[in-house]
Design a protein around this ligand. Structure first.
Ligand code: A3P
Length: 324
């Protein structure tokens, strides 16, 4: 079986070596595949394996997002909602495990060549996440009736957060490369050359799909969750098929979940602070927690950068009834 795997992944590597590449973001070049930019080798091989082998179940829950839009937070919330009758809040798995490990990412956790977990053996309901764009999702997911949640975030905050994270990876794996400057990150981001980018097409793909299948795809904004957490937590639970009962509302279960999953709580836990604890993408868990604020871009971007990104966003999202 190992030999078969090796053969399959070799065909992916062969294909990847023929694809166009662009300047890198974190530690290597980005490869253009089906209109999106991917970190080659491990990541893109994983994407190809998901496309070819993943078998969705109707009971699956899939979190989708472009990186740095709030995936870690949403993983914690979804895991807590679905498993709220299984765990006590004082001994909850999220107190000792990073959310990235409670909800595996298809392409980087499960379909990486070295993965030891076969998703076909996991019990239902299975919780997964992916950064794959809507148009590149495997047919098995498109054809299934599984629930999908998309989380999107202001592109300026995604850019700032992404540069920070990319530089964490550069500092660790590509010490000979200088860190990505803000000007460089800005240029790459605007032309779509960021991981899983272009940002705008990623968002639009899921936005349109959510309009076509509102009962199946829930489109959420990081900013809305920050400003109105109770409302959106209810909405999320309802969409996933795990609505809160009146009794739970009265018992304060929603507040308990929000507190457990808050930036303040998660970022201060030993598992998420310890520099020796490393995530599936190779950097320490603490790299997933920077500031967790809305609008930190104001402290980083120049007036010209802001104007430029806003112009792109207005053009691309023209006619969509959401804004930042
Ligand atoms: P900042 O870099 O702006 O702080 P992702 O999880 O998709 O990789 O996104 C990471 C971003 O989400 C980071 O943003 C991180 O700080 C923020 N984040 C992580 N956990 C969070 C939480 N529990 N609540 C709110 N934001 C959180």
């Amino acid at each position: 079986e190992e030999e078969d795997d090796e053969r399959v992944y070799q065909t992916y590597r062969n294909l990847i070596s023929t694809l166009p590449t662009e300047n890198g973001w974190s530690s290597s070049n980005l490869v253009l595949y089906q209109g999106s930019r991917y970190v080659p080798n491990n990541f893109l091989q994983g994407v190809m394996a998901v496309q070819q082998h993943f078998k969705a179940r109707p009971t699956d829950i899939l979190l989708t997002a472009i990186p740095k839009s709030g995936t870690t937070w949403m993983k914690a919330l979804i895991f807590s909602i679905v498993n709220r009758t299984h765990y006590d809040f004082t001994t909850h798995p999220l107190l000792t495990h990073n959310p990235q490990d409670c909800v595996p990412t298809l392409e980087t956790n499960l379909y990486r060549k070295t993965s030891i977990t076969n998703p076909d053996l996991l019990p239902s309901p299975r919780l997964f996440s992916t950064h794959i764009s809507c148009s590149s999702l495997p047919k098995s997911i498109i054809d299934s009736s599984c629930q999908i949640v998309y989380i999107c975030r202001n592109p300026k905050d995604v850019l700032v957060s992404n540069r920070y994270f990319g530089n964490k990876i550069r500092a660790k794996f590509n010490k000979d490369q200088p860190l990505l400057s803000l000007a460089e990150a800005f240029q790459l981001f605007c032309k779509g050359a960021s991981p899983f980018g272009p940002y705008w097409e990623h968002v639009l793909g899921f936005w349109k799909a959510s309009l076509e299948q509102p009962e199946r795809i829930l489109f959420l904004k990081y900013e809305d969750l920050r400003s109105n957490p109770l409302v959106y937590l209810r909405k999320l639970a309802q969409h996933l098929g795990y609505p809160f009962s009146l009794e739970e509302e009265k018992q304060g279960v929603l507040e308990k979940i929000l507190n457990l999953c808050s930036f303040q709580n998660l970022s201060n836990l030993e598992v998420n602070k310890n520099p020796d604890k490393v995530s599936h993408v190779g950097v320490e868990y603490s790299a997933f927690f920077r500031k967790g604020q809305v609008g930190d871009w104001k402290n980083h971007l120049t007036a010209d950068m802001i104007e430029h990104i806003d112009r792109i966003t207005e053009q691309k999202f023209h006619g969509c009834d959401f804004s930042f």
